[in-house]
Design a binder for this molecule. Structure first.
Ligand code: SF4
Ligand code: SF4
Length: 443
Protein backbone atom coordinates (compact mmCIF):
# COMPACT_ATOMS: atom_id res chain seq x y z
CA UNK A 1 0.00 0.00 0.00
CA UNK A 2 2.87 2.29 0.65
CA UNK A 3 3.46 2.84 -3.05
CA UNK A 4 -0.05 3.94 -3.98
CA UNK A 5 1.24 7.24 -5.33
CA UNK A 6 2.80 5.33 -8.18
CA UNK A 7 -0.45 3.40 -8.72
CA UNK A 8 -4.06 4.17 -9.63
CA UNK A 9 -5.29 5.85 -12.82
CA UNK A 10 -6.20 9.32 -14.02
CA UNK A 11 -9.58 9.29 -15.73
CA UNK A 12 -10.87 12.65 -17.07
CA UNK A 13 -12.64 14.47 -14.21
CA UNK A 14 -15.77 15.55 -16.15
CA UNK A 15 -17.12 17.31 -13.04
CA UNK A 16 -19.59 19.43 -15.00
CA UNK A 17 -21.86 20.03 -11.99
CA UNK A 18 -19.10 21.34 -9.72
CA UNK A 19 -20.72 24.76 -9.50
CA UNK A 20 -24.27 23.55 -9.04
CA UNK A 21 -25.81 23.67 -5.59
CA UNK A 22 -28.22 20.78 -5.01
CA UNK A 23 -31.84 21.47 -6.01
CA UNK A 24 -34.57 19.93 -3.85
CA UNK A 25 -36.74 17.29 -5.54
CA UNK A 26 -39.93 17.02 -3.50
CA UNK A 27 -42.87 16.64 -5.84
CA UNK A 28 -42.66 12.90 -6.45
CA UNK A 29 -45.96 11.00 -6.66
CA UNK A 30 -44.63 8.05 -4.68
CA UNK A 31 -41.49 6.49 -3.27
CA UNK A 32 -40.56 2.82 -2.91
CA UNK A 33 -38.18 2.43 0.01
CA UNK A 34 -36.05 -0.76 0.20
CA UNK A 35 -35.70 -2.44 3.59
CA UNK A 36 -31.98 -2.95 3.04
CA UNK A 37 -29.81 -0.03 1.93
CA UNK A 38 -26.78 -0.94 4.00
CA UNK A 39 -24.29 -3.67 4.82
CA UNK A 40 -25.90 -6.06 7.30
CA UNK A 41 -29.31 -7.46 8.14
CA UNK A 42 -32.37 -6.23 6.24
CA UNK A 43 -35.10 -4.43 8.16
CA UNK A 44 -38.64 -5.72 8.55
CA UNK A 45 -41.45 -3.31 7.67
CA UNK A 46 -43.01 -1.81 10.82
CA UNK A 47 -45.98 -0.38 8.86
CA UNK A 48 -48.77 -2.02 6.88
CA UNK A 49 -50.69 -1.16 3.72
CA UNK A 50 -53.14 1.67 4.45
CA UNK A 51 -51.08 3.27 7.23
CA UNK A 52 -50.66 7.05 7.06
CA UNK A 53 -47.01 8.03 7.59
CA UNK A 54 -45.02 11.25 7.88
CA UNK A 55 -41.46 12.26 6.93
CA UNK A 56 -38.93 10.81 9.36
CA UNK A 57 -41.21 8.09 10.75
CA UNK A 58 -39.61 4.65 11.14
CA UNK A 59 -41.07 2.25 8.55
CA UNK A 60 -38.56 -0.58 8.91
CA UNK A 61 -36.28 -1.86 11.65
CA UNK A 62 -34.58 -4.95 13.07
CA UNK A 63 -33.01 -6.15 16.30
CA UNK A 64 -29.76 -6.97 14.46
CA UNK A 65 -26.74 -4.88 15.48
CA UNK A 66 -25.28 -4.69 11.96
CA UNK A 67 -28.14 -2.76 10.36
CA UNK A 68 -29.83 0.65 10.35
CA UNK A 69 -33.51 1.64 10.56
CA UNK A 70 -35.38 2.93 7.52
CA UNK A 71 -37.60 6.05 7.60
CA UNK A 72 -40.40 7.48 5.45
CA UNK A 73 -39.04 10.09 3.03
CA UNK A 74 -42.43 11.59 2.09
CA UNK A 75 -45.72 11.92 3.95
CA UNK A 76 -48.68 9.94 2.64
CA UNK A 77 -50.21 6.46 2.68
CA UNK A 78 -48.48 3.09 2.49
CA UNK A 79 -49.88 1.62 -0.74
CA UNK A 80 -47.80 -1.54 -1.18
CA UNK A 81 -45.25 -3.77 0.51
CA UNK A 82 -43.53 -6.12 -1.93
CA UNK A 83 -40.18 -7.44 -3.07
CA UNK A 84 -38.20 -5.32 -5.56
CA UNK A 85 -34.83 -5.63 -7.27
CA UNK A 86 -32.06 -3.15 -6.51
CA UNK A 87 -29.53 -1.90 -9.08
CA UNK A 88 -26.91 -4.33 -7.72
CA UNK A 89 -29.24 -7.25 -8.54
CA UNK A 90 -30.23 -7.92 -4.94
CA UNK A 91 -33.92 -8.65 -4.18
CA UNK A 92 -35.34 -6.91 -1.09
CA UNK A 93 -38.66 -6.14 0.50
CA UNK A 94 -39.75 -2.51 -0.04
CA UNK A 95 -42.46 -0.16 1.24
CA UNK A 96 -44.26 2.05 -1.29
CA UNK A 97 -45.71 5.34 0.00
CA UNK A 98 -48.15 7.34 -2.11
CA UNK A 99 -47.24 10.95 -1.39
CA UNK A 100 -49.89 13.41 -0.17
CA UNK A 101 -47.65 16.22 -1.46
CA UNK A 102 -47.45 17.83 2.00
CA UNK A 103 -44.05 16.53 3.17
CA UNK A 104 -45.41 16.64 6.76
CA UNK A 105 -42.68 16.03 9.36
CA UNK A 106 -43.34 13.18 11.84
CA UNK A 107 -44.36 14.58 15.23
CA UNK A 108 -41.94 12.21 17.00
CA UNK A 109 -38.94 13.92 15.38
CA UNK A 110 -37.02 15.75 18.11
CA UNK A 111 -33.47 16.77 18.99
CA UNK A 112 -31.62 13.67 20.28
CA UNK A 113 -30.32 13.68 23.86
CA UNK A 114 -27.34 11.68 25.11
CA UNK A 115 -25.15 11.60 28.20
CA UNK A 116 -22.68 8.87 27.31
CA UNK A 117 -20.91 7.34 24.31
CA UNK A 118 -23.36 4.43 24.46
CA UNK A 119 -26.35 6.79 24.25
CA UNK A 120 -24.68 8.79 21.47
CA UNK A 121 -24.25 5.60 19.41
CA UNK A 122 -27.93 4.75 20.00
CA UNK A 123 -28.85 8.18 18.61
CA UNK A 124 -26.59 7.58 15.59
CA UNK A 125 -28.37 4.28 14.98
CA UNK A 126 -31.79 5.95 15.27
CA UNK A 127 -30.77 8.46 12.60
CA UNK A 128 -30.58 5.66 10.01
CA UNK A 129 -27.13 6.88 8.95
CA UNK A 130 -24.96 4.58 6.87
CA UNK A 131 -21.82 5.48 4.88
CA UNK A 132 -23.08 7.94 2.27
CA UNK A 133 -19.98 7.58 0.11
CA UNK A 134 -21.44 4.38 -1.30
CA UNK A 135 -20.30 1.67 1.10
CA UNK A 136 -23.46 1.72 3.24
CA UNK A 137 -21.68 0.57 6.40
CA UNK A 138 -23.91 1.41 9.41
CA UNK A 139 -22.30 4.43 11.10
CA UNK A 140 -23.21 3.42 14.68
CA UNK A 141 -21.24 0.18 14.12
CA UNK A 142 -18.27 2.05 12.61
CA UNK A 143 -18.11 4.46 15.56
CA UNK A 144 -18.20 1.70 18.18
CA UNK A 145 -14.45 1.30 18.68
CA UNK A 146 -12.55 0.11 21.75
CA UNK A 147 -11.37 3.04 23.86
CA UNK A 148 -7.87 4.24 23.04
CA UNK A 149 -7.71 2.33 19.74
CA UNK A 150 -8.27 5.37 17.49
CA UNK A 151 -6.45 8.70 17.59
CA UNK A 152 -7.34 10.11 14.15
CA UNK A 153 -10.62 10.77 12.38
CA UNK A 154 -10.12 10.79 8.61
CA UNK A 155 -12.85 12.50 6.59
CA UNK A 156 -13.24 11.33 3.03
CA UNK A 157 -13.93 14.30 0.76
CA UNK A 158 -11.64 13.06 -2.00
CA UNK A 159 -14.51 12.32 -4.43
CA UNK A 160 -12.21 10.78 -7.01
CA UNK A 161 -14.84 9.25 -9.34
CA UNK A 162 -15.43 11.24 -12.54
CA UNK A 163 -18.69 13.24 -12.83
CA UNK A 164 -19.73 13.05 -9.13
CA UNK A 165 -19.75 16.40 -7.27
CA UNK A 166 -22.03 15.80 -4.26
CA UNK A 167 -19.24 15.78 -1.66
CA UNK A 168 -17.65 18.86 -3.22
CA UNK A 169 -20.99 20.69 -2.86
CA UNK A 170 -21.36 19.43 0.75
CA UNK A 171 -17.99 21.06 1.59
CA UNK A 172 -18.95 24.34 -0.12
CA UNK A 173 -22.65 24.64 0.78
CA UNK A 174 -22.66 23.07 4.25
CA UNK A 175 -19.15 23.88 5.46
CA UNK A 176 -20.21 24.61 9.05
CA UNK A 177 -22.10 21.28 9.26
CA UNK A 178 -18.97 19.41 8.11
CA UNK A 179 -16.78 21.02 10.75
CA UNK A 180 -19.51 20.72 13.44
CA UNK A 181 -19.75 17.00 12.63
CA UNK A 182 -15.99 16.45 12.81
CA UNK A 183 -15.76 18.30 16.14
CA UNK A 184 -18.74 16.37 17.51
CA UNK A 185 -17.37 12.91 16.65
CA UNK A 186 -13.88 13.80 17.96
CA UNK A 187 -15.31 15.18 21.21
CA UNK A 188 -17.71 12.31 21.97
CA UNK A 189 -15.26 9.53 21.02
CA UNK A 190 -12.23 11.34 22.50
CA UNK A 191 -10.32 11.33 19.19
CA UNK A 192 -7.31 13.64 19.28
CA UNK A 193 -6.90 14.71 15.66
CA UNK A 194 -8.87 14.96 12.44
CA UNK A 195 -7.81 15.23 8.79
CA UNK A 196 -10.13 16.04 5.91
CA UNK A 197 -8.77 14.66 2.64
CA UNK A 198 -9.85 16.56 -0.49
CA UNK A 199 -8.45 16.10 -3.99
CA UNK A 200 -6.56 19.17 -5.19
CA UNK A 201 -8.95 19.65 -8.13
CA UNK A 202 -11.51 21.10 -5.66
CA UNK A 203 -9.92 24.42 -4.57
CA UNK A 204 -13.26 26.02 -3.60
CA UNK A 205 -14.02 23.20 -1.15
CA UNK A 206 -10.51 23.31 0.30
CA UNK A 207 -10.72 27.10 0.81
CA UNK A 208 -14.19 26.96 2.37
CA UNK A 209 -13.14 24.28 4.87
CA UNK A 210 -9.85 26.02 5.76
CA UNK A 211 -11.61 29.36 6.29
CA UNK A 212 -14.23 27.79 8.58
CA UNK A 213 -11.52 25.99 10.57
CA UNK A 214 -9.40 29.11 10.99
CA UNK A 215 -12.44 31.17 12.08
CA UNK A 216 -13.02 28.63 14.86
CA UNK A 217 -9.31 28.29 15.71
CA UNK A 218 -9.82 24.54 15.39
CA UNK A 219 -6.88 22.16 14.83
CA UNK A 220 -8.61 20.09 12.13
CA UNK A 221 -6.30 19.67 9.12
CA UNK A 222 -7.48 19.90 5.51
CA UNK A 223 -5.12 17.94 3.30
CA UNK A 224 -5.09 18.60 -0.45
CA UNK A 225 -4.52 15.23 -2.10
CA UNK A 226 -3.26 14.41 -5.58
CA UNK A 227 -6.19 14.05 -8.00
CA UNK A 228 -5.89 10.41 -8.82
CA UNK A 229 -8.35 7.51 -8.79
CA UNK A 230 -9.00 5.72 -6.35
CA UNK A 231 -7.77 8.37 -3.91
CA UNK A 232 -11.05 7.97 -1.96
CA UNK A 233 -10.68 4.21 -1.37
CA UNK A 234 -10.50 3.78 2.40
CA UNK A 235 -7.02 2.30 2.75
CA UNK A 236 -5.58 4.54 0.05
CA UNK A 237 -7.06 7.62 1.72
CA UNK A 238 -5.67 6.67 5.14
CA UNK A 239 -2.23 6.37 3.62
CA UNK A 240 -2.46 9.62 1.66
CA UNK A 241 -3.96 11.60 4.56
CA UNK A 242 -1.91 10.24 7.47
CA UNK A 243 1.00 8.27 6.02
CA UNK A 244 -0.21 5.18 7.91
CA UNK A 245 -0.70 1.75 6.37
CA UNK A 246 -3.66 -0.50 7.17
CA UNK A 247 -2.35 -4.08 7.25
CA UNK A 248 -3.71 -6.47 4.59
CA UNK A 249 -7.03 -7.87 5.82
CA UNK A 250 -7.02 -5.29 8.64
CA UNK A 251 -9.38 -2.47 9.55
CA UNK A 252 -8.75 1.31 9.65
CA UNK A 253 -8.67 1.11 13.45
CA UNK A 254 -5.60 -1.14 13.13
CA UNK A 255 -3.91 2.04 11.87
CA UNK A 256 -5.53 4.12 14.63
CA UNK A 257 -8.12 5.65 12.27
CA UNK A 258 -11.84 5.88 11.64
CA UNK A 259 -12.85 7.00 8.15
CA UNK A 260 -16.13 8.83 7.56
CA UNK A 261 -17.54 10.27 4.37
CA UNK A 262 -17.88 14.06 4.42
CA UNK A 263 -21.63 13.96 3.71
CA UNK A 264 -22.12 11.46 6.55
CA UNK A 265 -20.34 13.63 9.09
CA UNK A 266 -22.26 16.76 8.00
CA UNK A 267 -25.56 14.86 8.20
CA UNK A 268 -24.67 13.71 11.72
CA UNK A 269 -24.20 17.33 12.83
CA UNK A 270 -27.62 18.29 11.40
CA UNK A 271 -29.28 15.25 12.95
CA UNK A 272 -27.92 16.00 16.41
CA UNK A 273 -29.31 19.55 16.04
CA UNK A 274 -32.74 18.65 14.66
CA UNK A 275 -33.46 14.94 15.08
CA UNK A 276 -34.51 14.64 11.43
CA UNK A 277 -33.34 11.22 10.26
CA UNK A 278 -31.77 10.28 6.93
CA UNK A 279 -34.60 10.67 4.41
CA UNK A 280 -32.87 12.40 1.49
CA UNK A 281 -29.52 12.26 -0.23
CA UNK A 282 -27.72 14.33 -2.87
CA UNK A 283 -27.36 12.78 -6.31
CA UNK A 284 -25.32 14.07 -9.27
CA UNK A 285 -27.25 13.61 -12.52
CA UNK A 286 -24.96 13.85 -15.55
CA UNK A 287 -23.74 12.21 -18.74
CA UNK A 288 -24.01 12.98 -22.45
CA UNK A 289 -27.66 11.82 -22.67
CA UNK A 290 -28.92 14.12 -19.86
CA UNK A 291 -30.50 17.44 -20.92
CA UNK A 292 -29.55 19.58 -17.88
CA UNK A 293 -26.92 17.96 -15.64
CA UNK A 294 -27.31 19.06 -12.02
CA UNK A 295 -27.18 18.00 -8.37
CA UNK A 296 -30.48 17.08 -6.70
CA UNK A 297 -31.51 16.52 -3.10
CA UNK A 298 -33.66 13.41 -3.61
CA UNK A 299 -36.09 11.65 -1.23
CA UNK A 300 -34.80 8.12 -0.55
CA UNK A 301 -36.88 5.68 -2.60
CA UNK A 302 -37.60 8.11 -5.48
CA UNK A 303 -37.62 6.46 -8.89
CA UNK A 304 -34.75 7.14 -11.27
CA UNK A 305 -37.32 8.33 -13.83
CA UNK A 306 -38.40 11.18 -11.50
CA UNK A 307 -34.78 12.22 -11.03
CA UNK A 308 -34.06 12.18 -14.77
CA UNK A 309 -37.25 14.22 -15.38
CA UNK A 310 -35.99 16.82 -12.89
CA UNK A 311 -32.83 17.13 -15.03
CA UNK A 312 -34.94 17.89 -18.12
CA UNK A 313 -35.09 14.29 -19.35
CA UNK A 314 -32.90 12.87 -22.08
CA UNK A 315 -31.43 15.01 -24.80
CA UNK A 316 -30.20 11.94 -26.69
CA UNK A 317 -31.21 8.29 -26.54
CA UNK A 318 -29.44 6.75 -23.52
CA UNK A 319 -27.41 3.67 -24.42
CA UNK A 320 -25.87 3.20 -20.99
CA UNK A 321 -27.34 4.16 -17.62
CA UNK A 322 -25.30 3.86 -14.42
CA UNK A 323 -26.42 4.22 -10.83
CA UNK A 324 -23.22 5.48 -9.18
CA UNK A 325 -19.97 6.58 -10.80
CA UNK A 326 -18.53 5.27 -14.07
CA UNK A 327 -15.74 3.35 -12.27
CA UNK A 328 -17.68 1.59 -9.50
CA UNK A 329 -21.40 2.12 -10.26
CA UNK A 330 -23.95 -0.45 -11.43
CA UNK A 331 -25.18 -0.40 -15.04
CA UNK A 332 -28.96 -0.71 -15.18
CA UNK A 333 -31.28 -1.55 -18.05
CA UNK A 334 -34.15 0.83 -17.20
CA UNK A 335 -35.19 3.74 -14.99
CA UNK A 336 -37.40 1.48 -12.83
CA UNK A 337 -34.87 1.38 -10.01
CA UNK A 338 -34.99 3.56 -6.91
CA UNK A 339 -32.47 5.86 -5.23
CA UNK A 340 -31.12 4.42 -1.98
CA UNK A 341 -28.99 5.88 0.81
CA UNK A 342 -25.81 4.83 -1.01
CA UNK A 343 -26.50 6.22 -4.53
CA UNK A 344 -24.50 9.37 -5.18
CA UNK A 345 -24.92 9.60 -8.96
CA UNK A 346 -27.16 8.76 -11.87
CA UNK A 347 -25.37 8.88 -15.22
CA UNK A 348 -26.75 8.35 -18.73
CA UNK A 349 -24.60 8.18 -21.86
CA UNK A 350 -25.37 8.39 -25.56
CA UNK A 351 -24.16 5.84 -28.10
CA UNK A 352 -20.77 7.47 -28.61
CA UNK A 353 -19.87 7.51 -24.90
CA UNK A 354 -21.45 4.13 -24.15
CA UNK A 355 -19.46 2.16 -26.71
CA UNK A 356 -17.59 -0.62 -24.87
CA UNK A 357 -13.94 -1.33 -25.69
CA UNK A 358 -13.60 -4.36 -27.97
CA UNK A 359 -12.33 -7.32 -25.92
CA UNK A 360 -9.25 -9.02 -27.38
CA UNK A 361 -6.66 -11.49 -26.02
CA UNK A 362 -4.44 -10.44 -23.12
CA UNK A 363 -1.09 -9.19 -24.43
CA UNK A 364 0.63 -9.58 -21.03
CA UNK A 365 1.58 -5.93 -20.90
CA UNK A 366 1.33 -5.87 -17.09
CA UNK A 367 -0.49 -2.52 -16.98
CA UNK A 368 -3.32 -3.94 -14.86
CA UNK A 369 -0.75 -5.02 -12.25
CA UNK A 370 1.05 -1.69 -12.24
CA UNK A 371 -2.12 0.34 -11.53
CA UNK A 372 -3.72 -1.93 -8.91
CA UNK A 373 -3.73 -0.07 -5.56
CA UNK A 374 -4.02 -3.40 -3.72
CA UNK A 375 -0.94 -4.89 -5.43
CA UNK A 376 -2.96 -7.73 -6.97
CA UNK A 377 -2.42 -9.49 -10.30
CA UNK A 378 -5.73 -8.92 -12.10
CA UNK A 379 -4.79 -10.83 -15.29
CA UNK A 380 -3.92 -13.94 -13.25
CA UNK A 381 -7.10 -13.62 -11.18
CA UNK A 382 -9.12 -13.47 -14.40
CA UNK A 383 -7.39 -16.64 -15.61
CA UNK A 384 -8.10 -18.47 -12.34
CA UNK A 385 -11.74 -17.36 -12.43
CA UNK A 386 -12.17 -18.71 -15.94
CA UNK A 387 -10.83 -22.12 -14.82
CA UNK A 388 -12.89 -22.04 -11.60
CA UNK A 389 -9.62 -22.35 -9.64
CA UNK A 390 -10.66 -21.42 -6.08
CA UNK A 391 -7.20 -22.10 -4.65
CA UNK A 392 -5.45 -19.88 -7.21
CA UNK A 393 -7.96 -17.12 -6.55
CA UNK A 394 -7.59 -17.39 -2.79
CA UNK A 395 -3.79 -17.45 -2.95
CA UNK A 396 -3.95 -14.46 -5.29
CA UNK A 397 -5.85 -12.59 -2.51
CA UNK A 398 -8.92 -11.98 -4.69
CA UNK A 399 -10.92 -11.03 -1.59
CA UNK A 400 -8.62 -8.03 -1.09
CA UNK A 401 -9.80 -6.52 -4.38
CA UNK A 402 -11.68 -3.27 -3.69
CA UNK A 403 -13.36 -3.40 -7.13
CA UNK A 404 -12.03 0.04 -8.02
CA UNK A 405 -11.97 -0.78 -11.74
CA UNK A 406 -8.45 0.62 -12.39
CA UNK A 407 -7.37 -2.64 -14.04
CA UNK A 408 -10.27 -2.72 -16.53
CA UNK A 409 -9.89 1.00 -17.18
CA UNK A 410 -6.25 0.68 -18.15
CA UNK A 411 -6.34 -2.62 -20.06
CA UNK A 412 -5.51 -2.07 -23.77
CA UNK A 413 -7.17 -5.38 -24.60
CA UNK A 414 -10.50 -4.27 -23.11
CA UNK A 415 -10.60 -7.23 -20.70
CA UNK A 416 -13.57 -7.11 -18.32
CA UNK A 417 -11.28 -7.79 -15.37
CA UNK A 418 -13.46 -6.45 -12.53
CA UNK A 419 -16.44 -8.55 -13.61
CA UNK A 420 -14.22 -11.66 -13.63
CA UNK A 421 -12.81 -10.75 -10.22
CA UNK A 422 -16.31 -10.29 -8.77
CA UNK A 423 -17.22 -13.78 -10.02
CA UNK A 424 -13.91 -15.03 -8.63
CA UNK A 425 -14.85 -13.74 -5.19
CA UNK A 426 -18.08 -15.76 -5.35
CA UNK A 427 -16.07 -18.89 -6.24
CA UNK A 428 -13.80 -18.37 -3.21
CA UNK A 429 -16.67 -17.61 -0.82
CA UNK A 430 -18.53 -20.73 -1.98
CA UNK A 431 -15.38 -22.85 -1.54
CA UNK A 432 -14.79 -21.38 1.93
CA UNK A 433 -18.41 -22.10 2.96
CA UNK A 434 -18.10 -25.70 1.74
CA UNK A 435 -14.84 -26.12 3.63
CA UNK A 436 -16.44 -24.81 6.79
CA UNK A 437 -19.39 -27.16 6.37
CA UNK A 438 -17.08 -30.16 5.98
CA UNK A 439 -15.05 -29.15 9.02
CA UNK A 440 -18.22 -28.75 11.10
CA UNK A 441 -19.48 -32.17 9.91
CA UNK A 442 -16.16 -33.72 11.03
CA UNK A 443 -16.78 -32.12 14.43
S1 SF4 B 1 -3.66 -4.91 -18.83
FE1 SF4 B 1 -4.93 -6.28 -20.03
S2 SF4 B 1 -3.60 -6.96 -21.66
FE2 SF4 B 1 -2.26 -6.06 -20.12
S3 SF4 B 1 -1.71 -7.83 -18.78
FE3 SF4 B 1 -3.51 -6.91 -17.88
S4 SF4 B 1 -5.21 -8.10 -18.74
FE4 SF4 B 1 -3.45 -8.47 -20.05
S1 SF4 C 1 -7.78 -6.00 -9.07
FE1 SF4 C 1 -9.35 -5.00 -7.87
S2 SF4 C 1 -8.25 -3.54 -6.58
FE2 SF4 C 1 -6.87 -4.15 -8.26
S3 SF4 C 1 -7.20 -2.62 -9.86
FE3 SF4 C 1 -8.56 -4.33 -10.32
S4 SF4 C 1 -10.49 -3.77 -9.34
FE4 SF4 C 1 -8.91 -2.43 -8.42
Amino acid sequence: MGIFNSRGVKPAHRKHTDNQKAVRLENVASVTIPMRQHIGAPCTPTVKVGDVVAVGQVIGDTEAFMSAPIHASVSGTVSKIAEIRLANGEKVSAVTIKSDGEMRLYEGVEKPQYNSVEEFLKCVRSSGLVGLGGAGFPTHVKLKVPQGKVDTLVINAAECEPYITTDNRECIDNTADVIDGVELVCKVLDIKSAVIGVEDNKPQAINALRTEISNRKSNIVVKALKSKYPQGAEKVLIHSATGRVVPMGGLPMDAGCIVMNVASVAFLARYMRTGKPLVTRTVTVDGSAIANPNNFRVPIGAFMQDVVNAAGGFVKEPKKIILGGPMMGNSVSSLDYVITKTNNALLAFDEKDAKPKKETACIRCGRCVSVCPMKLMPASLEKYQRCGDAEGLENGAVLNCIECGCCSFTCPAGRQLVQSIRLGKTIVRTAQAERKKKEEAKG
